[in-house]
Design a protein around this ligand. Structure first.
Ligand SMILES: Nc1nc2c(c(=O)[nH]1)N[C@H]1C(S)=C(S)[C@@H](COP(=O)(O)OP(=O)(O)OC[C@H]3O[C@@H](n4cnc5c(N)ncnc54)[C@H](O)[C@@H]3O)O[C@H]1N2
Ligand code: MOO
Length: 407
């Protein structure tokens, strides 16, 4: 087993052991945020017929006919389809988005016309093609509307509805179970005895998992179960989930539950320990197609490990690019910490005065919850870095699903 490796090596090991989940068809009503598992092509031209862009009159010019006065042949209402064509010198009333009769050369907006004695008089110059929307102007038949791996946005769902698509093929959502290890950890709704701690990581991880498009199957604690019972619990969760996230019991010490239980299940550890802080005590293992990601117990270390290892894995399982979104941002405040391994600091990123800016959150100890209440970025500081000064440029990883762009 590889120990104490680089973050990028750890992520690669994880991603290389992941095959995107199979696809399934779902209705557009439930498709928001899901990921297309195949390219989607336009089934036909859109608009499918020549349309008017305005309410007004379609006119047939040319053939030496007077281009100011037209005989009104018929007026169409929304939903009508013209069963006639226009001859030079004739006009038809048309509506925005409605079909125009064949033979029409242009549409004149109603406000630039006068209707008198069955004749339409144009008050402005008429140019061929004015206010006409060509068939296929939006999508030509066969155009790619979405590539495999595209997240279904409200706009894409709407565009597919314009084609009457009622089933969309998407990657299955990964199923994720959370197992909080540690003798002292009790379910959050239980009153802890002296020396015990409420499981805040479990529900926190479950919320992150939901934000990452996956489905939470269980959030459980083990308390002081015997190692073999922890193994049974882990096996049970592995049967119902694609990924099990453990938190706590990851550092070798008095209660080394994570690696013990993983080994007892026969899972193959991929790595244990990465050169970052916090989150150094993170590991991963595979059991057939199932993944176990072990995160630290300290809440901020748990969060950091989640963003850097679990999010890319959940993305890869859904057919998404696992690479995080990186930006360069200017620091709004200072960080006195220096030296040590590569550090990931929770911060708040925002766009202000034409640049990305970031402020370090308060309470950066890995045991503290404070920085987790309002962060949307991880500030990536290299190993051995000096204190970070205001206005210094830093590399950040955006966590858009974490918090709104608040500052
Ligand atoms: N001798 C050493 N001790 C420690 C080391 C080390 O290298 N050598 N590393 C420290 C660092 S850094 C971290 S991070 C932690 C990681 O330890 P574990 O992942 O084994 O976590 P635990 O010991 O189980 O818990 C640490 C801390 O977090 C609390 N915790 C645990 N689970 C939860 C939960 N589900 N919800 C809320 N809080 C939780 C737990 O009560 C402890 O206070 O190890 C350091 N020690
Ligand atoms: O590595 Mo611990 O994970 O810093 O807090």
């Amino acid at each position: 087993m590889l120990t104490n490796i680089l973050l990028e090596e750890a992520r690669e090991l994880l991603v290389n052991n992941i095959i995107a989940l199979p696809g399934r068809s779902i209705s557009p009503e439930t498709a928001l945020g899901r990921v297309c598992c195949q390219d989607i092509h336009a089934l036909h031209d859109l608009p499918p017929f020549l349309q008017s862009a305005v309410d007004g009159y379609a006119v047939s010019t040319g053939n030496g006919a007077d281009d100011k006065h037209y005989l009104l042949k018929e007026s169409l209402r929304p939903g009508d389809y013209p069963g006639f064509s226009l001859k030079p010198g004739q006009a038809a009333g048309v509506v925005t988005g409605g079909p125009v009769p064949s033979g029409a050369r242009a549409v004149i907006a109603q406000e630039f016309t006068e209707l008198k004695g069955g004749y339409v008089t144009c008050l402005s110059k008429v140019n061929q093609g004015d206010n006409l929307k060509q068939p296929g102007e939006d999508f030509h038949s066969g155009d790619i509307m979405a590539k495999r791996g595209t997240i279904l946005s409200p706009g894409l769902i709407g565009a597919l509805a314009a084609y009457g698509v009622s089933q969309i093929k998407v990657f299955q959502r990964p199923k994720v179970a959370v197992l909080s290890l540690g003798r002292e950890i009790v379910p959050y709704h239980q009153v802890p005895a002296p020396g015990q701690t409420r499981d805040s990581n479990g529900i926190f991880l479950a919320a992150l998992v939901e934000q990452d498009g996956a489905e939470v199957t269980a959030v459980e604690t083990v308390g002081d179960m015997e190692p073999v019972q922890v193994k049974y619990r882990l096996e049970k969760l592995l049967r119902q989930a694609d990924v099990v996230l453990t938190t706590g019991g990851a550092a070798s010490g008095v209660c080394d539950q994570a690696l013990n239980a993983i080994r007892l299940t026969g899972a193959r550890p991929l790595f244990w320990g990465i050169k970052i802080k916090p989150g150094s005590h993170s590991g991963a293992a595979v059991l057939k197609s199932k993944l176990i990601i072990a995160l630290s117990g300290n809440p901020a270390a748990c969060a950091t490990g989640y963003h850097l290892l679990a999010t890319p894995s959940l993305r890869a399982l859904q057919g998404l690019n696992p690479e995080p979104v990186r930006l360069v941002a200017v620091c709004k405040n200072t960080l006195l910490k220096k030296g040590g391994p590569r550090r990931f600091v929770r911060g708040n990123a925002f766009w202000h005065q034409n640049k990305w800016q970031v402020s370090f959150g308060p309470g950066q100890k890995s045991s503290m919850l404070r920085s987790l209440i309002n962060y949307n970025a991880l500030i990536d500081l290299p190993a051995g870095h000096p204190p970070v000064e205001e206005r210094q440029e830093v590399s950040i990883i955006l966590l858009p699903s974490c918090n709104p762009w608040d500052y």
